[in-house]
Design a protein around this ligand. Structure first.
Ligand SMILES: Nc1ncnc2c1ncn2[C@@H]1O[C@H](COP(=O)(O)OP(=O)(O)OP(=O)(O)O)[C@@H](O)[C@H]1O
Ligand SMILES: [Mg+2]
Length: 267
């Protein structure tokens, strides 16, 4: 039994929550421009951490350093408590960090199931698979259906449909499902709702919540305050290359967040 103060009835100390991913004092400069000026963050299991900030505040640079698209000049990144050095996006991907970009998230001409398995296709059993590299279409479709229904994506039951025929929100859903389907440790979403309508945005936000409920932590970059306040457990506010504050939707209002973001108010 867990008591309100977090201790257990037997008097044993409550387990300490260890972050999955941490960044410590990351610095990244581009010539004379300082992209990141000593930024730290911690991502805990099963949380949605939003990153907000004005244009040029360093959000993308921070994410790029965490996902191997850029290498920080200084600072340390740990995954599961161990220091990691990602030199390329593939390094971060192999370590379990999935990044979903607004564009390039999916291959339009392929069907939903093929997109889910892109680069990790299931092969047919026996020689057909091992020698002739024939893909197991039936198996992939079955597993794709299962993954989508596990994630509560109900608008997308026909996995044989080409992704180019899907709506923007459904495409985004396929990209997020792909990230969720392969035992990722961390999912990073870069402006996932920027180009979407109200209904589609809601679908993607629901998906983010489903990921969290499955225990997969999500980092969400967004300019959309209502979306951020709806799904985030904590909000990291970037300002001029630094972390100005880390707040929660309970501790601060949207107006407070914008004031901190623009420097009108101290945290
Ligand atoms: N490749 C680059 N070369 C030079 N300067 C860069 C480069 N990438 C980023 N910067 C600079 O680093 C700073 C942080 O940029 P970053 O793209 O991280 O901002 P952002 O918070 O993602 O902004 P936005 O909301 O506009 O996407 C900016 O001053 C930007 O001009
Ligand atoms: Mg950016």
């Amino acid at each position: 039994m867990t008591l309100i103060d977090g201790s257990t009835a037997a008097g044993a100390p409550a387990p300490v929550r260890e972050p999955i991913l941490t960044a410590k004092k990351l610095v990244k400069t581009y010539g004379r421009v300082v992209g990141l000026d000593g930024v730290s963050l911690e991502l805990y299991p099963g949380e949605v951490l939003a990153i907000i900030g004005d244009n040029g505040a360093g959000k993308s640079t921070l994410i790029k350093c965490l996902t191997g698209a850029e290498v920080a000049d200084e600072g340390e990144i740990t995954l599961d408590g161990k220091p990691v050095q990602f030199k390329r996006p593939q390094d971060a991907h192999a370590a379990g960090i999935e990044t979903v970009y607004q564009t390039l998230a999916v291959s339009p001409a392929l069907d939903v199931a093929s997109n889910l398995f892109l680069g990790r296709e299931l092969r047919r059993a026996g020689l057909l698979g091992s020698v002739f590299r024939m893909v197991d279409k039936k198996g992939m479709r079955k597993r794709a259906k299962q993954e989508l229904s596990d994630l509560g994506i109900s608008t997308l039951q026909d996995v044989t449909v080409a992704v180019e025929n899907l709506s923007g929100g459904q495409r985004q859903a396929v990209a997020v499902a792909r990230a969720a389907a392969f035992g990722s440790k961390v999912v990073v979403l870069d402006e996932p709702t920027a180009a979407l309508g109200v209904r589609e945005s809601n679908q993607v936000l629901q998906l983010v919540k489903n990921l969290r409920d499955r225990g997969i932590p999500v980092i969400l970059i967004s300019h959309n305050m209502p979306h951020v306040f709806e799904v985030a457990d904590r909000i990291h506010i970037q300002r001029l290359g630094k972390c100005a504050a880390t707040i929660t939707p309970q501790s601060h209002s949207m107006t407070d967040a914008v004031a901190i973001m623009t420097g009108a108010r101290k945290a």
